[in-house]
Design a protein around this ligand. Structure first.
Ligand code: PNS
Length: 162
């Protein structure tokens, strides 16, 4: 049976670190769903529709055009609801350091308890080890350059918001 994996996140906005994880994962699973998750506890900078558009544009810019990548959203409910709906076999999470792992490990346990899904952790390329969407938003909102961290499409969208 083909392996369907889900890579969930806020992607607010997608960074080059995320793009790298998507590219690497798309080569080791049969199908990869990049899932923009609406987190009711966060007020996102970009709408879900815009985040999806920026993911698609960032992948295109990076030449990541594999047909096995689908970008979609979870507008409500639990991640495991989506996992069940599409019958995914793996959850993918990227991690940069032990802070990320401390944050991710409890979620991996809860998701496994709820549905049996296993989470696979992919280490961020050190090149992107310090890139975070929150920092990118802050730098951009104060007029700083962000082109080393995000695609041109995302940099433009951030600029337009200022
Ligand atoms: O990019 P983020 O904000 O770190 O992603 C966190 C995310 C969206 C993956 C997480 O908050 C999530 O899975 N939310 C969906 C709701 C849910 O299932 N919560 C229980 C997870 S253990």
């Amino acid at each position: 049976m083909p392996t369907l994996a889900v890579y969930p996140g806020s992607f607010d906005p997608i960074t080059l670190g995320h793009v790298d994880i998507i590219e690497r994962c798309s080569k080791i699973v049969d199908e990869l769903h990049v899932l923009v998750v609406h987190n009711p506890e966060k007020s996102p900078r970009f709408s879900s529709a815009k985040r999806i558009e920026l993911i698609q544009e960032s992948l295109k810019e990076a030449g990541v055009t594999s047909a096995n990548i689908k970008v979609t959203e979870l507008s409500s409910g639990l991640l495991v609801d989506y996992i069940r709906e599409v019958d995914a076999k793996l959850l993918i999470k990227g991690f940069r350091n032990n802070v990320d792992l401390d944050y991710e490990l409890p979620m991996a346990k809860v998701n496994r308890d709820l549905s049996g899904i296993e989470t696979i952790f992919i280490s961020a390329d050190p090149k992107y080890g310090l890139v975070a969407s929150s920092l990118v938003r802050e730098v951009a909102s104060l007029g700083g350059p962000v082109q080393n961290y995000v695609s041109a499409a995302v940099a433009k969208a951030l600029l337009e918001q200022n």
